[in-house]
Design a protein around this ligand. Sequence first.
Ligand code: ZN
Length: 172
Amino acid sequence: MSFSTGPEAVIADGVVGVFHYHLTDDEGTVLDSTRGEDPMAYLHGRGAMIEGLERALTGRAAGETFTVRVEAADAYGALVDAPEQKVRKNQFPKDFPIEVGQMVPLEGEGGAPLNVWISEIKGAWVTLTRNHPLAGQALNFEVHVVGTRPASADELKHGHAHGLDGSHSHGH
Ligand code: ZN
């Protein structure tokens, strides 16, 4: 691995942070976890992480472990009181992964991006909601910082991390 695993560098803007997380709700139900998987790599300061988690990661060094409870407002937001929408499965592009919890990027008024999520699939019909699956919930993270590294020029230009060591290439 080509990232620093010592305390000499800390997570800051323009730094790629690599960390493991274990996410539970207030009842202790596991919502997501990188345990047994590769850690997460992200470019700090570009909004890749939910606000409350990014803030808690700021200034952390490799080897640090901490827990943070992030209120819904600093995570996926409060529940929005907007009507759900039913659309037919065949309105999706052929290769679109139609699964509950999948985000669907739409365009709102004036072409502004409007993200919705699949909340139900029944027969030929798919229900879309304005609420992220984790909206309205406080999130509890156990975090272990694995390492840090400076972002590459490409990563800074793209605004996101290219995998753990920055070598992950993709089509843009
Ligand atoms: Zn990229």
